[in-house]
Design a protein around this ligand. Sequence first.
Ligand SMILES: Cc1cc2nc3c(=O)[nH]c(=O)nc-3n(C[C@H](O)[C@H](O)[C@H](O)COP(=O)(O)OP(=O)(O)OC[C@H]3O[C@@H](n4cnc5c(N)ncnc54)[C@H](O)[C@@H]3O)c2cc1C
Length: 411
Amino acid sequence: MKKRVYIIGAGLSGLSAAIHCQKKKISAKIFEAAKYPGGRCRSFYDKKINMEIDNGNHLVFSANKNFTNFCELIGSSKTLKEISPNFFFFDFEHNLEWNLDLSSGYTNFLLGKKKLIPNTKLFDYFSLLKLFFVSKNSSVFEIVGNSKIFKTFWEPLTLGVMNTAPNLASAKVLSNVLKETIYKGEEFCKIFQPKTNWNETLIKPAVTKIKKNGGQISYGNLLKRINITDNYVSELSFIKNKIKVNKNDRVIFSIPPTNLSKLLGNCSLPNQYNTILNLHFKVKPKDIKLFKKPIVGFINSITQWVFVKSNHLSITVSNANNLNSHNTEELIINIWDEICKYIKKNIIYENVQIVREKKATYVQSPSNINLVKKFNNIPKNMILAGDWTQYNLPCTIEASILSGKKAIETI
Ligand SMILES: Cc1cc2nc3c(=O)[nH]c(=O)nc-3n(C[C@H](O)[C@H](O)[C@H](O)COP(=O)(O)OP(=O)(O)OC[C@H]3O[C@@H](n4cnc5c(N)ncnc54)[C@H](O)[C@@H]3O)c2cc1C
C-alpha cells in the first residue's frame, strides 16, 4: 500500500516537512488549526496601523544554513537583505552608546583594533571562552553571571537568542550558538532580515511551492483527537473530518509541546513559556529618518530592541511574562518615552499596535530540555517536528526548518 504522509501544523516546521517531502517525491497533506499558515512566524495586515506587519521581529544569522538552503529551495533568497554584524547599543542608566562591531571578526577586538563596550577591558571578554566548555546542567548565569559584560552583552544576547532569562537559560544551548556564530567569525554573524516581511520571504513562497507540486493544506482544521491502536496512530479526528491512518502511513506532528501533550495526554513535556512583546509604531517618514541605525539594543530599559523599518518602528521585549498584565496604555507611554530619549527629540507616532505572543517559545532551561530529550514514547508511525524538538539549538526559524527536514529523512 502506498505510504501517505500527514502533517499537523503549517508553521515553519510543517512547511519545511512538506517541502522536503516533495523533494523526495512523496506528497503530503497538511492540516492547520488556524485560517492561515506561518504559526509563530506570520505577517498580517493590521487595520489599526494600516500596514502589513510581522508578528515579531525575527532575526536570522548567516550561520543558519538550513534557513538559507530553505530560502533557495523555495526560491526566495532574493527577498532577503543582509545587515552587517554591527550591534548598536544604548544604555539608559549610564547614558552610554556603543557599537559592538563584529564585521571584521572578533580577533580585532582581542588585538585592540575595535572599540570595546565602554568601561570594559579586554580581560572582561575572556568570559567568552568560559562558555566554550559547559555542562548540560548549567545556566548562562552560572557561567558568566559575574562577568563585567553580563548586563551589556550576556543578558541581551541570551534574551535575544533564547527568550529565556540567563538564570534559567541553558548555557549549553547558548554555547552551541556561539560555536556556530561568533567563535567561527564574521561571515557567520551577518544578520538576515526580509526586504518586505517574513510572509513574503518564507511563508508565501513555501505554500506556493507546496501547492504547485500538488500538496494540499486544510486550514481552520484543528486536530482534536488521535486514536492509537497497537502503538500506531490509527485515526485522526479533525474538526472538519476524520482520517483512517495505516501502519505504513506517517503522521508528522509539527506543533508546540503543549498542543502535543493535549493530544497524547499524560506526557511529560515542557509547559512553561515566555512571552515576546512587540509594539509596532507607525511613524512619519521624516521621523523615521531620525533613526540612523537599522537595529538598536537598549540596556537598562523596558525596550530591548528597536527595529527601524521603512514605514514603522518595531519594538521587541523578550522574556516579557511580567508585562502580560501590565496596563497597555502605560506600557506604550513608557516605551515611547524611551524611544524619544534615545533620539533626544520628542516626536509623535501616528498609531501603535501591540502584539503579545504569550507562548513565543518554551523556557529553554536545562531541566525542560532534559524533558524533551527523554521524550520518546510515541506511536511508531508518528514523527515529531517543531522548533522545540531540536534541543541543541534555541527555538528559532533555523530549528523549525531543520526539524521538518529531519522528520522527512526518517521516512
Ligand atoms: C515574537 C516572536 C519573535 C521571534 N523571534 C525570532 C527570531 O528573531 N529568530 C528566530 O529564528 N526565531 C524567532 N522566533 C521563533 C520562531 O518564530 C519559531 O521558532 C518558529 O516560527 C516555530 O515554528 P514551528 O512550526 O515549530 O511552530 P509554530 O509556528 O507554533 O507552528 C505550529 C502550527 O501548528 C498549528 N497547530 C497547533 N496545534 C494544532 C492542532 N491540534 N491541529 C492543527 N494545527 C495545530 C498552529 O496553529 C501553528 O500554526 C520568534 C517567535 C516569536 C513568537
